[in-house]
Each structure stands twice: as structure tokens, then as C-alpha cells.
Write a protein that binds this ligand. Structure first.
Ligand code: PRX
Length: 646
């Protein structure tokens, strides 16, 4: 829902005066010169070899960008800033869970990245070998990413909260024989063992894996190193002062893989390239997030997800700014923690998720009010729709009505921001993300692919390629075409299906309504209902399961699992616990169902398909509409009754 016109806001003039992008004609310019306009993005970077062609569409939808160009991502994020005389500028400011702080200048960061790159090479990592990184929010994570990029080894970061099984599945899918992990980390003040999860995953794999272990907890948690396991610090000592020349990568070479959830039970390896991705991450960080080299910039997303890749690591470091990394949660040790970090570091730009904003609202404005947040210049949100009330709270209580708020829509697959207001140019309409960025072809279409009337809901699609787009799903070109491009493409007119529903208004502002496929977004974590269901049906005694996303006050959406048991089992608390444990073991604690609702049967169509939409309506206490087409309409009343009991 978009706010009414009297609640729209113009960009504050104090912001506009200094904005990186003030030119109101940029959209027309990009249209007139498409795809050549994207040279602007490539120009943000330094290329080892200039590209010959901006876009090659001959093998669409396998597009290629900046063809013939060569570059190195770590060179662009480190060396070139040092060569420009900025070696003593802070690159990373790390805030640990126990109030430890560490600052890395560009020089420091470059030193350690080079040492790790040398160590990885020594351990046998070659160009194009996939290195899996299974680390929490510690500086060693971006360091390892850049070290991989330096030697041309794609990284695959697996969010630290994933389970051993989930790690093993991702390593196996990527045939990854190298892993960087840590002994453990602090969770709400307690030492939590990460290495044992990693070791369990390794036991599931057939391949021998070489592992590097960062000692995060020291004496707080003992760990031993097995064969083929190396201590990170020992490797740094052994490679002290080493220099590794950045490998010139073809622009289309893979920079990283990022597994994400889709509509099937298997996670998908979204493949991003060196040239197009990095250009797009850096260009959008500059134009949308207004990042400047002298800024202290903070994106609070975990680096284990795409937002942290593009807007904590690659975008900001390519621009030579100072990027803050925070290891902890917003409410530990107290609810002022984020505001205290912003005040102490004089953060200029803050980018977070609506889930966090809803939690801040619930806690009350007394926490931000007790801190000086006047350093802030721009606020951003990402990951889910933000309702006008949360938007206004953020604008007023964090931004003091003097910072533009950019509501940025994008996805793991898009690599960077696609739909938002340009903060120095566009009117802000709370609740609506905004228009397509210049050069981006976002549209809302009906079932038959035709563009819909303003105000009507339809499918959000992108009808033109863009530099930051993923190039395929790792090892699965067919699924890439089938899942993303088959639905609305006609002849050579390729149309990318986002999986989201949306409306568009008469000014071209897009309001994203949420997923229209079997993917749910819980507190910014993207989950496939099929993945959760297959974990649940693996529990003995469970006959069938259907998982849906239902409204949740703080998390926006929560997982609700409807489960029927087989003859061997009666519904019980013990079974419920086994079900939630199975989800935690197969995926991770963040996928844990909010509720498990036992039902004698699941509602099915006459052809035997589970009616998920109906379950969603039940979970949200919404009208159910016509249920007469069900094969078993009588079950609906029973499910509603079971739901009320929860
Ligand atoms: O449903 C949309 C939602 O997040 C999905 C993408 O999730 P993921 O690949 O994990 O990437 C999240 C961070 C980029 C989208 O399909 N989404 C993302 N941003 C917004 C959003 N929904 C509404 N408004 C947004 N600003």
C-alpha cells in the first residue's frame, strides 16, 4: 500500500545539493543510448584490458556484458585506492559482538588479502576452483572473498547460520574442495561451535576437502585441527609480506556463486561475473546509496547474503569508502547498540531491512533519541516491502526528516538494486519502491504478458538485460532458462520473471507485493517452501506437509507448517519438536516454523494438488473464498479450528 499524496516527500535540498546524481534527464539519456549507457557503470572500474563491446545478445538469454574486457575485482577494491594515495584511509571498521573494534586501512586490508591469496595458492587453489566460505560477520570473511577474487577463484559464501547438511549440499553442488570456516562465534554472548557443524558437513562429502580455520574464540572454545585443516593465523605467518599479482579475469568470468532458494527443493547456484556484477554493484552504490569515498557507510546485512556481497563488500570497497561490519544483533547487549555504533563512527549512510525497522518501532524511539544521529545523510531499506508506517518512522526517528529514504527492490539474481527512487532526484512515496532505475526495464504484466493498467496487480518482470544480472545457475543452464525466461518470453523478446507480484502507478512507481511463487521471505532470509517441506516429510510419522508464509508482526512473514501424520503417530508436542529440529538440521534455525499445525488431511484440488493459497489465507485469518472445488472441502473447518488452537 502506497501512502496518499500528502505523505509523499521531496528529497531534502541539503541532500540534493551534494548528491552524486542530480541530473534529472538521466533516464532519457539512458533510453536514448541503451545499452551504451552502461559504459557509465563500467567506467567506475579500472580495466586491465578495455572491453570491445558493451553487450552481446547473440546467445540470449545468456547475455554477455563488456565483452573482451579484463579486470580483477580485488585490484579494483584495494590496489587502485592505494595507488591513488589513499592507503591510510579506513576500508573496514569492524564492530565485534563483545564491543571489540578493529579498523583496517586499505593498506592493512591489502596486506592480509595478499597473504591469504598466497596461502590459498599454496594449498592448491587454482583459478576457477570454487572456495566455500562459512564464516560469521568477522573481517576474515571479506578478506577471504577478496583473496579468492585476487587469484581468480570464485567464492561461494554459505551463511553461517546454515546447518551442516545445508553446507554439505552447497559444497557438493559446486564441487568445492576448499573451505574457510572458524572455530566458533558468539551468539547472544555465548560461544557457539561452528567448526563442529563444518566437520559434520565434511563427513557427508565424498571429496577430500582442504579447510582453513579462523580462530575467532581463542581460549573460549578449544578446537583441534585434523588432517588437511590449517590454522588461518599460522598461514598468515607462513606467508607474511607475500604479494600476489591480481589475476586478469575476463569480464565474464565467474566472481562468485551464491546459493539461494527457489521453487524446487534444491538450492540454486546463482552465478555472478567479474565485470558486469562489479560495475553494477559499484555504480548503484554510487548513484542510489550516494556512497562517497570519504563516507563511513554501513549496510547491516549479513555478508552471507547477496546484500552484504554487493553493498558491504564489493560496491563500497570498489568506491574506496569506509564500510562498517557489525558482528552482533541490534538488541545485544542493549537496544541502543546500532545507534551507538552510528554515533561513535559518525556513519553517513545506513542501509538495513524492514524487519529491523519494525523491531526498532516496537522498542520505541527512546533508543535512537538518546544518540546523536546527525551524521546520517541517507537511509536505505531492502529485502521486503516496507509499509508506509515503518517508512515514516524510519524517516522521522532515524533520519530526522532530513535524509532521503531509498526503498530498494532487487534480488540475489539481479546482483544489485533495480527499482528505487534516485535519492537526489525523485519524489519519495512511502510504501512504493519507486520507478525502474535508468536503463532498467521493470514492468508489471498480466497472465498473458501484456502490460497492465495502473493500479492493477500483476507479475513483476524485467524486459531488458542489465550488467549486474546473473548469467546462469551453476551447472544448470536449462533450469536458468526454464525458471526465469520461459514464462513471458516471445520469440527473441526475452523477459525475465522475478517471481514477485507488483502494482504500478501512473508515474511508473512500482509497489512490490511479495512473492507469487513458492518462495517466502522471513526477516530477509529467502526460503523455499519445498526445501522446508522435504525436511519435514523426512520425519518419521509425518505423512504430508505444506509450508506457507503467513503475516508476522515483527518478521513480516513467518513460516507456518501444516502437517498430517500417518497411522503410526498421533500429533504430539514431541513430534512437533522433532519437526522443528529436522528443519533446523536440514536448513538452519532461521527456517524454523513459527507454528506447526496438525491437520487430519491437507486441502487438495481434485487433481491432488495441495492448495497452498488456502492455507496462506487460513494462516493470515483472511477470507477463504470458494472452497467447493476442493476434493476434501470438509477439512477446511478442521484446519481453521486447529489453527485457532495454536
Ligand atoms: O520478494 C522480493 C524481496 O526479496 C526477494 C529477493 O530476495 P533475495 O534474493 O534474498 O534478495 C534480498 C535482497 C536483495 C525479492 O524477490 N524484496 C527485496 N527487496 C524488496 C523486496 N520486496 C519488496 N520491497 C523491496 N524493497
Amino acid at each position: 500500500m502506497t501512502a496518499p499524496p500528502d505523505e509523499h516527500r521531496e528529497p531534502p535540498s541539503s541532500f540534493v545539493e551534494q548528491a552524486n546524481l542530480r541530473d534529472r534527464t538521466i533516464c532519457e539519456e539512458f533510453e536514448a543510448n541503451w545499452p551504451g549507457c552502461w559504459e557509465q557503470a563500467a567506467d567506475v572500474l579500472d580495466w586491465h584490458r578495455e572491453y570491445d563491446q558493451v553487450l552481446d545478445e547473440s546467445n540470449a538469454p545468456f547475455y554477455e556484458w563488456f565483452c573482451g574486457g579484463e579486470l580483477n575485482a580485488s585490484y579494483n577494491c584495494l590496489d587502485r585506492h592505494i595507488e591513488a594515495g589513499r592507503k591510510n584511509h579506513a576500508a573496514l571498521k569492524w564492530e565485534g559482538k563483545r564491543r571489540e573494534t578493529r579498523t583496517y586501512t586499505y593498506q592493512d586490508l591489502s596486506h592480509e588479502v595478499n597473504e591469504v591469496a598466497a596461502a590459498l595458492r599454496d594449498l592448491g587453489v587454482g583459478e576457477d576452483d570454487v572456495v566455500t566460505l562459512y564464516l560469521p560477520m568477522i573481517p576474515e570473511l571479506p578478506i577471504a572473498m577478496l583473496a579468492c577474487a585476487r587469484i581468480g577463484a570464485p567464492h561461494s559464501v554459505v551463511f553461517a547460520g546454515f546447518s551442516a547438511d545445508a553446507l554439505a549440499t552447497r559444497m557438493e553442488s559446486a564441487t568445492s574442495e576448499y573451505l574457510i570456516t572458524c572455530d566458533g562465534y558468539y551468539r547472544r554472548g555465548n560461544a557457539f561451535n561452528q567448526k563442529s557443524k563444518a566437520d559434520n558437513a565434511l563427513m557427508e562429502l565424498d571429496n577430500d576437502v582442504t579447510t582453513v580455520v579462523v580462530d575467532r574464540l581463542g581460549e573460549e572454545l578449544d578446537h583441534t585441527l585434523d588432517e588437511r585443516q590449517y590454522d588461518y593465523e599460522d598461514l598468515l605467518i607462513a606467508h607474511a609480506g607475500a604479494r600476489v599479482s591480481p589475476v586478469a579475469r575476463d569480464g565474464e568470468d565467474m566472481l562468485f556463486l551464491m546459493y539461494t532458494s527457489g521453487t524446487t527443493g534444491e538450492p540454486k547456484g546463482v552465478t555472478h561475473t567479474t565485470g558486469g556484477y562489479l560495475s553494477y554493484a559499484a555504480w548503484t552504490a554510487r548513484t542510489v546509496l550516494d556512497v562517497k569515498p570519504e563516507d563511513t557507510y554501513w549496510c547491516s546485512a549479513d555478508i552471507g547474503w547477496i546484500t552484504g556481497h554487493s553493498y558491504t563488500v564489493y560496491g563500497p570497497l570498489a568506491l574506496g569508502t569506509t564500510s562498517v561490519i557489525y558482528e552482533g544483533t541490534p538488541d545485544y547487549p542493549d537496544r541502543s547498540r546500532l545507534w551507538e555504533i552510528i554515533e561513535r563512527n559518525a556513519v553517513d549512510v545506513f542501509y538495513t531491512a524492514p524487519t529491523a525497522i519494525r523491531a526498532f518501532m516496537k522498542w520505541g524511539e527512546q533508543y535512537p533519541e538518546s544518540h546523536d544521529l546527525s551524521s546520517l545523510r541517507l537511509l536505505g531499506t531492502v529485502g521486503e516491502p516496507i509499509n508506509p508506517r515503518a517508512w515514516k518512522w524510519y524517516y522521522t526517528h532515524i533520519g530526522n526528516e532530513s535524509c532521503p529514504v531509498v526503498d530498494t527492490w532487487w534480488q540475489t539474481e539481479t546482483g544489485g538494486i533495480m527499482i528505487t527512487t534516485l535519492p537526489g532526484v525523485n519524489t519519495m512515496k512511502p510504501g512504493s519502491a519507486g520507478p525502474s532505475l535508468p536503463g532498467i526495464g521493470a514492468r508489471v504484466v498480466s497472465e498473458d504478458g501484456s502490460t497492465i493498467e495502473a493500479g492493477e496487480a500483476g507479475y513483476l518482470v524485467i524486459d531488458r538485460p542489465w550488467p549486474g544480472m546473473f548469467r546462469t545457475l551453476y551447472g544448470n543452464d536449462d533450469q536458468y532458462v526454464h525458471e526465469y525466461w520461459d514464462r513471458f518470453s516471445v520469440d527473441d523478446e526475452w523477459v525475465y520473471l522475478t517471481g514477485d507480484g507488483a502494482t504500478v502507478d501512473e508515474d511508473g512507481y512500482i509497489t512490490v507485493l511479495g512473492r507469487v511463487d513458492d518462495v517466502i521471505n522471513v526477516s530477509g532470509h529467502r526460503l523455499g517452501t519445498m526445501e522446508i517441506e522435504s525436511a519435514i516429510v523426512g520425519v518419521s510419522g509425518v505423512a504430508e506437509a505444506a509450508v506457507v508464509g503467513g503475516n508476522h508482526e515483527t518478521n513480516g512473514t513467518a513460516v507456518y507448517a501444516y502437517v498430517s501424520t500417518d497411522h503410526s503417530q498421533e500429533p504430539s508436542e514431541a513430534l512437533e519438536a522433532r519437526i522443528t529440529d529436522a528443519v533446523e538440521d536440514t536448513i538452519g534455525p532461521f527456517a524454523r516454523p513459527e507454528d506447526v499445525i496438525f491437520t487430519p488431511e491437507l486441502p487438495k484440488t481434485r487433481s491432488g494438488k495441495i492448495m497452498r493459497r488456502l492455507l496462506e489465507n487460513i494462516a493470515n485469518h483472511e477470507p477463504l473464498g470458494d472452497t467447493s472445488t476442493l476434493r476434501n472441502p470438509e477439512v477446511v473447518g478442521e484446519i481453521e479450528a486447529a489453527d485457532r488452537k495454536e
